[in-house]
Design a protein around this ligand. Structure first.
Ligand code: AMP
Ligand code: MG
Length: 415
């Protein structure tokens, strides 16, 4: 039996980065960038007007007051996307709209609302003085050429899409999605559409695992569940392995009479890297490798399957796409409730983290048996209870592993 940390480390030793593909920018959302995005030009590209007004020479406004406004002659008009054909000379102004490049000779912009226009005469009056650069978006003030904007391995969201479009990425280099097969095992399994029969349950694991795979950027392929039968399972695993990059099986890895999967992995020629981890739930979680294809034998108990996925499959998948922090974020919180009885194994308890009166707290979501499915939807984290100790009391500080990153939270303060 190995420790959780060791098991994770062993899995990570088998990770290879995915190949890169180019996708149209419309399809890049949610994918993982495969090259750093580096600015190849300044933004703004030239000095620009950030508002509707008049481009002027600040030196012409020296001494202007409400009682004694200065008067300038309007020589041209430019909208966004147009370029001025004239140069702003002494006591001259060009009417300019938001986003237009600054005309030659001008070094400040007076907002429309500030000037008195004398349209018949082609003149404006300005009641205050301006400083050089006032109301001008300077070249490069947003982004300087050469700046590294987004590192490789970043999940592409709306902000990244904005930059990709700004820098001309009609096609975006992203990591290929790992295609991951899902093979549920268990003679008791019914398909979702079948009606319940005594002794049987519907297969929920395949869909839970598929949605987790989608969540972390992989492409799930669900195979027809297989019965607890070595021959049939060998066939099913062999077949699945020909179609996918990696395989996840659920069920059949424990020590029961019909738990055949470890035998099956050996029979298909996979190397069993580990088949027992000191943890609750999910101690029978198994990991095998055949021809660089990772095979995760997750426990059949839905909660154990879920925890096994988050602990071992999630970092594997995310690392294949160069994600810098592939693990669940570890935070500390004050506990609601208690764990009086020390546990022989470390436990990962499904829980809900929340903030109350400025304090980060965590509350287990209810019945924590491995087979309980009703509370999975309520969990946004796992409380980590180390093995041994003297039990944990209400309001003690505990470690929590975040399943969901709270909106806007970051692993570091680089931005
Ligand atoms: P096993 O890991 O095969 O010993 O299964 C442990 C428990 O999980 C049993 O109660 C199974 O009925 C249940 N189980 C196994 N596979 C699934 C599945 N695909 N969907 C829902 N429950 C399952
Ligand atoms: Mg079973």
């Amino acid at each position: 039996m190995i420790k959780v940390e060791e098991a994770v480390e062993k899995v990570m030793q088998f990770i290879h980065p995915m190949k890169v593909e180019q996708v149209p920018i419309e399809e890049a959302y949610g994918r993982y960038l495969a090259e750093p995005l580096i600015a190849d030009h300044d933004i703004p590209f030239r000095d620009r007007s950030p508002l509707d007004g008049f481009a002027i020479r600040s030196e012409d406004t020296i001494g202007a007051t409400h009682e004694n406004p200065i008067t300038l002659r309007v020589i041209e008009e430019v909208g966004a996307g147009q370029l001025a054909s004239k140069r702003v000379g002494k006591k001259e102004a060009i009417r300019i709209m938001t986003g237009a490049d600054m005309p030659e000779g001008a070094n400040a912009v007076v907002m429309l609302e500030m000037v008195k226009e004398l349209p018949d005469k082609g003149l404006i009056q300005i009641p205050v003085s301006f400083t050089p650069g006032q109301n001008v978006s300077k070249r490069g003030e947003d982004i300087h050429e050469g700046k590294s904007l987004v590192p490789s391995g970043t999940r592409i969201g709306p902000g990244e899409i904005t930059l990709l479009a700004t820098f001309g990425y009609a096609k975006v280099p992203v990591y290929k999605k790992p295609v991951v097969g899902i093979l549920a095992t268990g003679t008791e399994l019914l398909s979702v559409e079948q009606s319940l029969k005594p002794g049987k349950i519907r297969n929920s694991n395949s869909y839970m695992v598929a949605s987790l795979l989608i969540k972390y950027g992989a492409e799930p392929r669900i195979f027809q569940p297989v019965q607890d039968d070595v021959e049939k399972s060998v066939k099913a695993v062999e077949h699945a392995l020909t179609e996918v990059d990696y395989l996840i099986t659920t069920g059949g890895v424990s020590v029961g009479d019909y738990d055949v999967m470890i035998d099956v992995f050996s029979r298909v020629g996979a190397e069993i890297v580990f088949d027992k981890i000191a943890m609750r739930p999910g101690s029978p979680t198994t990991f095998a490798v055949r021809d660089k294809k990772l095979i995760f034998g997750l426990s059949g108990n839905p909660a154990a399957c879920f925890v096994g996925f988050e602990l071992y499959v999630r970092p594997a998948i995310l690392s294949m796409m160069s994600v810098e922090h592939p693990y669940m974020l570890k935070l500390e919180a004050f506990l609601d409730g208690d764990f009086k009885k020390p546990s022989a194994y470390p436990r990962f308890v499904r829980a809900k983290a929340y903030v109350k009166e400025g304090q980060f707290r965590v509350k287990p979501v209810g019945l924590d048996k491995a087979g309980v499915t009703s509370t999975l939807k309520d969990a946004n984290c796992l409380v980590y209870i180390p093995a041994g100790g003297r039990g944990i009391n209400e309001n003690d500080r505990v470690s929590v592993l975040m399943l969901e990153m709270p909106e806007g939270y970051s692993y570091d303060s680089s931005v």
